[in-house]
Write a protein that binds this ligand. Structure first.
Ligand code: SAM
Length: 287
């Protein structure tokens, strides 16, 4: 098994991973990743929610920031960002964040190398804690969220973005089997939506929004709204063709399609169960 850093350096050499490297912001040119992330529909929609829920927010803690794309993007939007990333590496960890901090000349951004479960900074000092694709890596989910909750000011917000959700152990196995990088580094994980929500509530947070996979482009990006509409149209065509096959010549009977449609409506909807480890995002507030 490789480390996470070794995995990213390795897949950069494999042409079949070029698209993943680009879409997951793993390119060697760190600033190029930041620039693409800043303009992404995912980030723009996240910003909208941050401003909607916490219009006056200034202090923001970015947890498990990886190579720092979000920390820099949020700092460039005017937030006073503190970062914690337990991986010290120059490729996908705190070393990369410090390089970007120097490149973008962001003064005063503190970079810690601690796990969320243990991070020890001033209690009740942040308006927002932002966690992108890192909560599902928690080694202790309840402690992860409980500790972050202590760092929020009363009324402050926890935004967790794009975490893998599983329904049960079989679904988790399928997710781990299908994850494109798991075979290289073995560090993937996922929880049920109930586990995320219960950990938030146990930490004294009120869950204000659970954005399931198709609820928001934050989760399904880099797919676009148009891609989703195209998938729905394909479902509609398949539905019509299944109806025609099933009823044969009877398909001309007036009203029969409407009855079939009422009974089988679920077949027309996109189903997140089709996506292994589909991602969810949460907005929670400290009481
Ligand atoms: C998939 S990466 C996401 C990185 C970055 N937030 C992004 O969206 O590009 C997950 C990150 O979570 C970090 N991580 C793993 N366990 C963690 C924990 N218990 N607390 C905080 N961060 C953790 C990893 O080091 C890694 O950088």
């Amino acid at each position: 098994m490789r480390t996470w850093e070794e995995t990213i350096r390795y897949i950069r050499t494999l042409p079949e991973y070029a698209e993943l490297v680009e879409k997951a912001y793993f390119e060697e040119d760190l600033a190029a990743n930041v620039e693409r992330f800043r303009k992404s529909e995912e980030f723009l929609q996240t910003l909208k929610l941050l401003r909607q829920y916490s219009p006056g927010a200034k202090s923001l803690l970015d947890i498990g920031s990886g190579n720092g794309i979000s920390a820099i993007a949020l700092a460039l939007e005017g937030y006073e960002v503190t970062v914690s990333e337990p991986d010290p590496s120059d490729t996908v960890g705190a070393g990369a964040i410090r390089q970007l901090q120097a490149q973008y000349d962001i003064a005063g951004m503190k970079v810690y190398e601690q796990f969320a479960e243990d991070i020890d900074v001033e209690k009740a000092s942040f308006d927002i804690v932002y966690v992108r694709q890192a909560m599902h890596h928690a080694y202790d989910l309840r402690q992860f969220i409980a500790n972050l909750a202590t760092l929020l000011k009363p009324g402050g917000f926890l935004f967790t973005i794009r975490d893998h959700v599983i329904y049960d152990e079989d679904d988790k196995e399928r997710f781990l089997r299908e994850h494109p990088l798991q075979k290289f580094y073995g560090g993937e994980n996922a929880f049920t939506s109930a586990e995320y929500r219960e950990a938030m509530e146990a930490a004294g947070l009120a869950v204000l929004q659970e954005l399931s996979y198709y609820d928001s482009i934050i989760n399904y990006f880099p797919m676009t709204h148009a891609d989703i509409e195209k998938q729905k149209e394909t479902k509609r065509l398949q539905f019509r063709s299944a109806f025609n096959t099933r009823v044969g010549a009877m398909r001309a009977i007036p009203g029969l399609f409407a009855v079939y449609k009422r009974k089988n409506r679920h077949l027309l909807e996109l189903n997140e169960k089709d996506i292994a480890g589909r991602m969810y995002s949460y907005i929670a507030q400290k009481k």
